[in-house]
Design a protein around this ligand. Structure first.
Ligand SMILES: *[C@@H]1O[C@H](CO)[C@@H](O)[C@H](O)[C@H]1NC(C)=O
Ligand SMILES: [Ca+2]
Length: 232
């Protein structure tokens, strides 16, 4: 009985922090710069990746560097990382290698929601990057590589070790929404669908059925997308 009781406490305790939730029309707010606050994401299955597509929306007025999506393995903290060193630059890391995209700084006169999708495939190494529905020139890296399966996936902070090594100066401050990950490269038609808020299948991470855990000061709120004219 005592053992059962203890088990129940452990179960209830873990359910208290672990949620599987439909976040449609909701966003995560990272209200302030810290080297602690973050969200841990768990994929629907732990698998190594020879291709992926990741999409997310972000809204921030940061002008310093920050991380948008940090997927670390025990071997490589930058195994799969989307990092913005400055407002007009997007870096995608795979297996510690990097592809950089520079775009016009279009934050003036005010910050805008940014919808990004990035894909990579091991067979060719080709990286695709869509910013607000427009594709940028394709580049490539890490042909033949396989992304490790045992991952620590974190929003709000950039990992320099497995699940940690955060730097306040690379923390995200602002709002993140509609994060999806697939273990394949989406077709252009599927990307249009995703851009228009459509729902696909075979997610590894699905915003509408999200396995996540909030650590520290991160808040879930309804989105205010309707206040903005950007077609999200
Ligand atoms: C963060 O940036 C500030 C201002 O540039 C600097 O003073 C501080 O040392 C940095 N902190 C860390 C942990 O790098
Ligand atoms: Ca890192």
């Amino acid at each position: 009985m005592a053992i059962l009781h203890a088990l129940l406490i452990i179960l209830v305790g873990s359910l208290g922090t672990l949620a599987l939730q439909d976040l449609e029309r909701k966003i995560l707010i990272f209200p302030e710069a810290t080297n602690t606050a973050h969200v841990v994401l768990r994929a629907t299955s732990q698998q190594s990746l020879t291709s992926f597509t990741v999409c997310l929306k972000s809204y921030t007025d940061l002008s310093r560097a920050y991380s948008l999506f940090s997927y670390a393995t025990r071997k490589s903290d930058n195994e799969f990382l989307i990092f913005k060193p400055k407002p007009n630059q997007y870096n995608l890391y795979v297996g510690g290698s990097i592809v950089t995209y520079s775009v016009a700084d279009n934050r003036v006169p005010k910050p805008q929601w940014e919808h990004i999708c990035m894909s990579w495939e091991s067979a060719t190494g080709i990286v695709q990057f869509w910013l607000n529905g427009e594709s940028l020139p394709r580049k490539g890296m890490k042909k033949g590589y396989t992304i490790g399966s045992e991952a620590s996936i974190i929003l709000g902070q950039e990992q320099d070790s497995f699940g940690g090594g955060f730097d306040i100066n690379q923390s995200f401050v602002g709002e993140i929404a509609d994060l999806y990950l697939w273990g394949r490269v989406l077709s252009p038609e599927e990307l249009v669908l995703v851009g228009n808020g459509g729902h696909l299948s075979d997610y590894l991470i699905d915003w509408r059925s999200l396995n996540y855990e909030i650590k520290g000061y991160v808040v879930v709120k309804p989105s205010l997308f309707h206040s903005y004219r950007t077609p999200m």
